[in-house]
Unconditional design. Structure first.
Lengths: 174, 290
């Protein structure tokens, strides 16, 4: 085996133990034969080619790799892919439908919530998790909910505005 | 970064998990993984076998028994405690600590019991459990045993758990009177290790302290039990003299090291300030009730 993962069907040679996982990613059932040490971030990016999930610090600090696991935000660099077996994962690619952006994506566009864009997928998934629980958060609540996601460009002001905009949109007020 | 290779086991019963631990010399329990996985990625830890307990039912709980004993199960996440509607009523110290653990994303995954088992001198929950004189229930091949947290931690990142034992819950005894207290932590940014943290648990009866415990985070090679400072509070009504004495004793017993987060004397000052602040808050709340 040359890499840590291969999408199935594939024959694994050698005696490195692998495990089959089935994960529902953005509503679609995906399967892979993986080494248990493969991180969820790498299964998504390299295995499933969903490169919207970014790996930033790789040390559980920056939150760029945030995805939703059964609706809860997790840092996908700090979850083994094998732990997602039988669960549902939402990545940034799963937010928009073919015609319609997610309100959070619209908000980031409308309120200039990004500059370089590297932290944006993680920011948006944390925001989606917050708004799914509370679609009318205060500025403090937004800042609190996003405090595990680091942005080095914006100074956060427009990110916070974008999330508040998205909340209004989700309530039908924007 | 990839961890070293390991054998992954995902048992669905505790008995199965214990059997796997017993059969493997270098096995580690995986609950939330928010400390273990980063350590494995940095190869500070390279267990040969990981026993993932996330598929074992019945470990995701927290709440009070009829007699007021409070139990937190091994799969209770920090976020569950943060969002709990009953925690503040029974355990104000834990309720004030929950939102300060790590960051919101880590809190959805990391567990209370896992954090205590990790035995990091920077762990917030361990300080709370020291202050509350809580215990850990461990299950092994020969059944259950209860281990007081003050004896549970053998040193930094080391506990007295046997290799075939699993910590299944944290247990806190009922209050003698009304439980009060709080947690304060100074951190440079959300998710950073504490510069210093203070956990205070008090039982109050008629405005008088009947029981007290103080645990200190990040100011020693392991969680500091400021027992003398806590003893100085018992029998007092949190008058300024008692508070000052407790603050002084807590600062004295802390053993911080100077580092990029601050000098040792600065950290001692923070300990003293936080003790004063938490006790002042409790005292003011008591005045409002009375």
């Amino acid at each position: 085996m040359t890499s840590l993962f291969e999408e199935v069907p594939v024959s694994i040679d050698g005696d490195i133990p692998t495990t089959r996982v089935e994960v529902k990613v953005n509503g679609e059932r995906r399967a892979a034969e993986i080494e248990p040490r493969l991180l969820l971030a790498h299964l998504l990016r390299n295995g499933f080619k969903l490169t919207g999930t970014h790996t930033g610090c790789d040390t559980t600090n920056c939150g760029a790799c945030t995805v939703l696991l059964d609706g809860e935000p997790v840092k996908s660099c700090t979850v083994f892919a094998v732990q997602a077996n039988g669960h549902e994962v939402t990545t940034v690619e799963g937010l928009a439908s073919s015609e319609q952006l997610h309100p959070v994506q619209e908000g980031f566009k409308d309120e200039h919530g990004l500059q370089c864009g590297f932290c944006t997928p993680g920011m948006m998934l944390s925001a989606v998790a917050l708004l799914n629980e509370n679609d009318n958060p205060t500025e403090d609540e937004v800042r609190w909910a996003l405090s595990g996601n680091l942005c080095r460009c914006t100074g956060y002001q427009n990110i916070v505005k974008a999330v508040i905009w998205a909340g209004a949109k989700m309530r039908g007020e924007a | 970064m990839y961890p070293s290779r390991f054998q992954y086991e995902a048992p669905t019963t505790l008995a199965e998990a214990i059997a796997i631990l017993a059969a493997n010399d270098d096995a580690k329990v995986l609950a939330g993984g928010q400390s273990l996985i980063p350590m494995m990625k940095l190869r500070f830890a390279s267990p040969a076998t990981l026993v993932d307990i996330n598929n074992i039912p019945g470990l995701d709980f927290h709440g009070a028994d009829a007699d007021g004993t409070y139990r937190i199960g091994a799969l209770c996440r920090h976020a569950h405690l943060e969002k709990s509607t009953t925690l503040a009523e029974h355990q104000p110290l834990l309720a004030s600590c929950a939102p300060l653990v790590a960051d919101p994303i880590v809190r959805t995954r990391g567990t209370f019991v896992g954090s205590v088992c990790h035995a990091d001198p920077q762990g917030d929950w361990a300080s709370c459990m020291v202050a509350l004189d809580g215990s850990i229930t461990a299950v092994g091949p020969n059944g259950k045993r209860s281990i007081p947290v003050k004896e549970f931690v053998a040193g930094p990142f080391t506990t007295v758990l046997a290799k075939d034992e699993i910590a299944i819950e944290g247990v806190i005894a009922p209050a003698k009177g009304t439980r009060a207290g709080g947690y304060l932590k100074l951190e440079r940014r959300v998710g950073d290790f504490a510069t210093a943290g203070v956990a205070i648990a008090l039982d109050m009866s008629g405005g008088v302290v009947t029981n007290a415990g103080i645990g200190l985070t990040g100011v020693g090679a392991q969680t500091v039990d400021a027992a003398d400072a806590a003893a100085a509070l018992i029998g007092s009504s949190l008058d300024p003299d008692a508070i000052e004495q407790a603050a002084t004793l807590a600062a004295e017993v802390s053993k911080p090291r100077s580092d990029h987060r601050g000098s040792a004397s600065y950290k001692r000052h923070i300990v003293s300030t936080f003790v004063t602040r938490i006790l002042g808050n409790v005292q003011r709340a008591e005045m409002q009730v009375a």
